[in-house]
Design a protein around this ligand. Structure first.
Ligand code: NDP
Length: 457
C-alpha cells in the first residue's frame, strides 16, 4: 500500500510520502538506542512532567489534530476530538501511576533464605509498535504512554494510510520534552518490518491489527526470540436476555456496532438475542440502525462516515453479499450507496448460518449479525463459537446469569449491562485469535519490562 493520505469521504489522494530508505532507518534505530540510555537516566518525576506536557499539547491542538485524523481515516469529527481527549487522559494516568506500578515488589525474604528479596522492573529498550489506522492516535498512545513512562523508547510503524498522524506523533513527544529519539516514526511499509524487528537494537514489538499481520510479526519476532504483544481483531458477542433493560440494550447496541463507523476491534458484531425478546429487539434495533444519518464526517449531525479504505469497504460488501447469496435476510442496508467516497450504510442481517463469512469472520464496518437463541446455554455456545476472544457484552439483570456470562464467555473482557470500552484503569487484550498480552492498567506497563528477581543474602 502506498504511504499516502487519501480522504475516505471523497476518495481524493491528498498527499503522498516516499518510504524511508536504509540510511534514514539506520539513523532512527541509532537514535532509539541512545534514547534508551538517556531515558534510563531520567526519573519518574521527569518523565511524568513530559507526559503531562504531551497531554497539554494534545488538548491545545485538538481541533487541528482531530481534523487531520478525520481527513486521513474518515471518523466523525466529534469522535476524533474525543479520541484526542482520551489520549491526553492516558498520558496523565500513566504520569500519575507509573512509579507505583513499577515500584519494587517485595517477596518473602525468609522463605528464600535472603536478607532482602524483591522484584525490580527495568525497561527492555526500544519497542517497535506496528499500529492500525482505526484509532490512529489512541492505539499508539495506549502503547506509548506506558512505554515511555517505563523508560522504553518507541518506534512507530503506523498504517500506511495515516502518515500525517504518524508524523504528528513523531513530533509530539519531542515537543513535550522527552530526550531526542525517545519516540520516533518510521515512515515505512510493512515490507520493511522484518529487517527492523530483527535489528539487535529493537528489543520487542507490539502490534494492533489483523490476525494475519499478527501472525507475520510474531513469526519474525519468534526467530529473534523477541517478546511481542498482539492486539488483533474480534467478533464480539452482544447477548440480550429477557431480564435486560430493553431500551438501553437497544440503543447501546446501535452505538456498540456503529462507533468509529463500525471499525473497532471491540465493536459488538454479533447480536445474540433470547427468543422472548427477539422480535421486539429486531424491530427496535433495525429501526434505530436505519435512522442513522450517513454523511461527510466533518459535518455535525452525522452518525456514520465512510469506511477508511476502498478495500475495507469492498470487503464488508463482499461479506454481506456472501451471506445474502447463501440465504441470509437483510433487515436494513446491505448495499453501498452510489456516491463518491467509501460509504457503507448501517446494515442488519439475520438468518445467518455457519457456512457464511459473516458467521465466522470479523466484519469491520457498520454491519450487525442478528441471531435468535432459546436459552442461556445456547447464547453462550454461540457467543463462544468464533475463533476470536476479544471483548463480550451481556445484558441481563439476573445475578445467576451474570455470573455465568462473566465466567463462561471466552474473551479478554466481559461487560455486563454496558458496552465494551477501553479504560486506562482496566487491562485490555484478548485470547485465542484476538491475540495475547495486555495493554493499559498496571499489567500493560509491565509487558515491556524485565521483571528482575533480586536476592540479597
Ligand atoms: P492490517 O492488520 O493489515 O494493518 C495493521 C498494521 O499492520 C499496519 O501498520 C500494517 O502496515 C501492518 N502490517 C500489515 N501486514 C503486515 C505484515 N505482514 N508485517 C508487518 N506489518 C504488517 O490491517 P488492515 O488495515 O489491512 O485491515 C484489515 C483487517 O484487520 C480489518 O478489516 C480488521 O478486520 C482488522 N483490523 C483490526 C484492527 C484492530 O483494532 N484490532 C485494526 C485494523 C484492522 P501497512 O498499513 O503498511 O500495511
Amino acid at each position: 500500500m502506498a504511504i499516502a493520505t487519501t480522504n475516505p469521504a471523497t476518495g481524493e489522494m491528498l498527499k503522498t510520502f516516499d518510504p524511508m530508505g536504509e540510511k534514514q532507518i539506520e539513523e532512527i534505530l541509532a537514535n532509539a538506542a541512545e534514547a534508551a540510555a538517556a531515558l534510563r537516566a531520567t526519573t519518574f518525576d521527569q518523565r511524568a512532567a513530559w507526559m503531562r506536557e504531551a497531554a497539554l499539547l494534545l488538548e491545545g491542538e485538538v481541533v487541528e489534530v482531530a481534523r487531520l485524523v478525520t481527513l486521513e481515516m474518515g471518523k466523525r469529527i466529534e469522535e476524533a476530538k474525543a479520541e484526542v481527549a482520551k489520549c491526553a487522559s492516558a498520558c496523565r494516568y500513566y504520569a500519575a501511576h507509573a512509579e507505583r506500578f513499577l515500584a519494587d515488589m517485595p517477596a518473602d525474604a525468609r522463605a528464600v533464605g535472603a536478607r532482602r528479596a524483591y522484584t525490580r522492573f527495568e525497561p527492555l529498550g526500544p519497542v517497535l509498535a506496528i499500529m492500525p489506522w482505526n484509532f490512529p492516535l489512541w492505539q499508539v498512545m495506549r502503547f506509548a504512554a506506558p512505554a515511555l513512562m517505563a523508560g522504553n523508547p518507541g518506534l512507530l510503524k503506523h498504517a500506511s494510510n495515516v502518515p500525517q498522524t504518524a508524523l504528528y506523533l513523531d513530533e509530539l513527544f519531542d515537543r513535550a520534552g522527552f530526550p531526542p529519539g525517545a519516540f520516533q516514526t518510521l515512515l515505512v511499509g510493512s515490507d520493511a518490518v522484518e529487517n527492523i524487528l530483527l535489528d539487535h537494537r529493537v528489543r520487542a514489538a507490539t502490534l494492533t491489527g489483523s490476525a494475519p499481520a499478527g501472525r507475520a510479526v510474531a513469526a519474525i519476532a519468534g526467530r529473534a526470540l523477541k517478546k511481542t504483544v498482539l492486539e488483533l481483531g474480534g467478533s464480539d458477542p452482544y447477548v440480550v436476555m429477557p431480564s435486560a433493560d430493553f431500551d438501553r440494550a437497544v440503543s447501546t447496541a446501535v452505538r456498540a456496532r456503529c462507533q468509529n463507523n463500525g471499525q473497532s476491534c471491540i465493536a459488538a458484531k454479533r447480536f445474540i438475542v433470547h427468543g422472548e425478546v427477539y422480535d421486539a429487539f429486531a424491530r427496535a434495533f433495525t429501526d434505530q440502525m436505519a435512522n442513522l444519518v450517513v454523511g461527510e464526517p466533518l459535518d455535525h449531525g452525522v452518525d456514520i462516515g465512510p469506511l477508511a479504505t476502498a478495500q475495507g469497504r469492498d470487503e464488508v460488501a463482499a461479506q454481506v453479499d456472501d451471506a445474502v447469496a447463501k440465504g441470509a435476510t437483510v433487515l436494513t442496508g446491505g448495499r453501498a450507496p452510489d456516491r463518491p467516497g467509501w460509504y457503507y450504510p448501517p446494515t442488519v442481517v439475520t438468518d445467518l448460518t455457519h457456512d457464511m463469512r459473516m458467521y465466522q469472520e470479523e466484519v469491520f464496518g457498520p454491519v450487525a449479525g442478528l441471531y435468535r437463541v432459546a436459552s442461556l446455554d445456547e447464547a453462550l455456545e454461540l457467543a463462544n463459537t468464533t475463533s476470536y476472544g476479544l471483548g463480550s457484552n451481556a445484558w441481563t439483570n439476573d445475578p445467576g446469569e451474570q455470573r455465568r456470562f462473566v465466567s463462561e464467555l471466552a474473551a479478554g473482557q466481559v461487560f455486563v449491562n454496558g458496552m465494551v470500552t477501553s479504560h486506562p484503569e482496566l487491562p485490555f487484550g484478548g485470547v485465542r485469535d484476538s491475540g495475547y498480552g495486555r495493554e493499559l492498567s498496571d499489567l500493560g506497563i509491565r509487558e515491556f519490562c524485565n521483571a528482575k528477581a533480586v536476592w540479597v543474602g
